[in-house]
Design a protein around this ligand. Structure first.
Ligand code: C6P
Length: 404
């Protein structure tokens, strides 16, 4: 990939950070936006803005066509055979809440079990805590091993006939671990357990094929894959979505409304109450175009290559502990330096123009499991190159010397 050409399409990379050249290493939190995505939203507001799904006038019709065109594009992007399986949400968090609430309330009962893993983000923990409390079900955790991979023996042992749902991240936002999802869905389905996948960190990095994975639900956020904030996607198998009660109610999601009762619209509209986030959805479709033009496999290759380089260079630092496996990972490297607080390092690097996240990364149970209060996280994407990693390592070494 031509990284300089890619960089030139991201206007914010011309900005300075604390007066220094911006080195953006916080892509797992959110990615930067190419000009085509920024302009797509502006073009919508300038040239064909109107109310989606509700208008007979030309502008509204154009807006609706763009919105539904985005749905088709998302379906193709993740290998869904039908666009009615694609529900737009405001992010992965809302998508997981939707399933926990709408599926969980009708399908979980006393003593049923929802299984998640010790490496989940709070977005894939808390919604399940709430729904299991409401329904009398139990929440249980699959262990992770010392090397940060999933303990498949623990998974097999915990997969009893009481387990109705297994909700799991495809890639960890701290460890970088990629979970063997095909094997997991196979085991779960043998047990009549549904599988919900948190695809927040995987979707920006490698090809997703929900049919091949055979997962029942799949969630991701647009803003981590070059798209706007405020838009995410829930994929669900059609029969499951059809059986589920709505998550939110109001305009757009109904067929008929009487004084006391209403009937629900077909999927996906049953789950899209209210005027939708149309500009963000359209922006997301341009992000998908951008990714498709580069080629998702090229993106995988590039991010694997630079993260392997970063992993190798970080491993040379005295007193470093790197979390997660050395192989089969996405381009996230989390670490701590003996005797120095992660927040102090992140703050000093910020003054060198280098933006990284430090803290608990919305993964408190994982932090407890690793027996740490926080860590630093480097996360790379398409516009990062090895010279940025060299600069980062140089500044990190200088910071360690200053703070030791
Ligand atoms: N992780 C991070 O810095 P939202 O906020 O809905 O777009 O995504 C939530 C979410 C769910 N699952 C995983 C695996 C995630 O990494 C995230 C978001 C960011 O790691 C913000 S905390």
């Amino acid at each position: 990939m031509n990284i300089e050409k890619i960089k030139s399409q991201f206007p914010i990379l011309k900005q300075k950070n604390r007066g220094k050249k911006l080195i953006y290493l916080d892509n797992a939190a959110t990615s930067l936006k190419p000009l085509s995505v920024i302009e797509a939203e502006s073009d919508f507001y300038k040239n064909y803005y109107g109310s989606v799904h509700r208008s007979v006038y030309e502008l509204g019709e154009k807006a609706t066509n763009a919105f539904e065109g985005a749905r088709n594009k998302v379906a193709k992007f993740i290998g869904s055979k039908d666009s009615s399986s694609i529900i737009f949400t405001k992010g992965a968090t809302e998508a997981i809440n939707l399933v926990a609430d709408a599926w969980g309330f009708s399908n979980l009962g006393k003593d049923d079990i929802v299984l998640i893993t010790e490496m989940e983000h709070h977005a894939n923990i808390v919604p399940w805590q709430v729904i299991t409390k409401r329904t009398g079900a139990k929440l249980d955790y699959i262990s992770i091993k010392e090397d940060g991979t999933l303990d498949m023996e623990s998974l097999k042992n915990k997969l009893t006939d009481k387990v109705k749902m297994l909700s799991i991240t495809q890639a960890s936002n701290v460890l970088g671990t990629i979970n063997p999802l095909k094997e997991i869905t196979y085991l779960a389905h043998q047990n009549n357990t549904l599988v919900m996948v948190d695809g927040c960190q995987s979707t920006p990095h490698f090809k997703i094929d929900v049919q091949e994975l055979d997962c029942d639900f799949f969630a991701f956020s647009g803003h981590k894959m070059l798209g706007p904030t405020g838009v995410g996607v829930l994929y669900g198998k059609q029969d499951l979505l059809e059986e589920m009660e709505p998550y939110q109610t109001g305009g757009g999601m109904i067929k008929e409304v009487g004084l006391q009762e209403s009937t629900w619209n077909d999927i996906p509209y049953k789950f899209e109450a209210g005027s939708p986030n149309s500009s963000q959805v359209i922006g997301l479709s341009y992000a998908i175009d951008f990714i498709n033009e580069l080629g998702i496999n090229e993106i995988t290759k590039h991010t694997e290559m630079i993260s392997e380089y970063a992993f190798k260079e970080l491993s040379k630092i005295d007193g470093i502990t790197i979390y997660g496996p050395s192989q089969n990972r996405i381009s996230i490297v989390s670490f701590n330096i003996d005797g120095i607080h992660s927040g102090d390092i992140a703050q000093m690097l910020d003054y060198e123009g280098i933006t990284m996240r430090s803290g608990r990364h919305c993964c408190s149970p994982l932090m407890d499991k690793l027996d740490i209060s926080s860590c630093l996280r480097l996360s790379l994407y398409i516009y990062n190159d090895s010279s940025e990693i060299d600069l980062f390592i140089e500044k990190l070494n200088a910071t360690i010397t200053t703070l030791s």
